[in-house]
Design a protein around this ligand. Sequence first.
Ligand code: ADP
Ligand code: MG
Length: 257
Amino acid sequence: MKLAYERLCQHLTSLKLDTALANLETTLTAASQAQQSPVETLERLLAIEVETRFERRLRTNFRLSGLPMKKRLEDFDFEAQPQVPKAMIQELATLRFLAQGENVILIGPCGVGKTHLAVGLAIRALEEGRRVAFTTLHQLVSKVHQAQQRSRLDGLLSNYLRADLLVLDEIGFLPLQSAEANFLFELVNARYQRQKALIVTSNKTFSQWEELFPERLLAVALLDRLLHHGHALNIQGESYRLKHRREAGLAPIYSGS
Ligand code: ADP
Ligand code: MG
């Protein structure tokens, strides 16, 4: 007959509780030193397993999402960017917009923190176990070209529909050709119909969006879908990095002198 301790190790192994197994010794030692109750000890052991799994899943999902940086909402300096209302971001951070299938549209010039905020919200969604996909419009356009050549546009569309939250970063850096603009419209429209949330960032104001599209009507129709259940935020502030350089008494990076 095996000892209870050996059987416990076997149970943990067959249940694939590897982290709990690896931490069994130290947890039991700490428990007896601190005279913990059985409930406390079991809780401690399983908490280590749960936390480790959560971290692992988060890392994998972060990698799969295509998010370009690990910026959190907690890292955002609201005082440096008074045009970003903290209350609005805190409300968005509750992810109610995600549950309701609403969109977030962040408009503003380069460097004001649009991508940071989009990524911060996306990481909140990842932490809640939601599927997140991130793409710049540039990446989207090159995927559209590849898919077009292989007649796989439908597959590409359903890929982007699968995510609970899709971030479309940097609309406006390049004007769109007809096929690209049509795909973008299809995508926004399909997500709208399925009530699936989007976060969009752009360096162009809405009135300038018409210039990005080969047909004005397409821009109007796309904005109509985006803004129907949308939270728009216009950040017309100064670039965060440039502001810091200026405040530190440093010359602008591109001073031209
Ligand atoms: P945008 O997408 O609007 O061009 P980014 O989000 O890429 O700007 O911001 C540029 C850099 O400045 C990033 O490293 C970002 O983390 C940082 N940044 C911008 N605004 C803030 C802020 N208010 N607080 C902290 N970091 C910021
Ligand atoms: Mg950006």
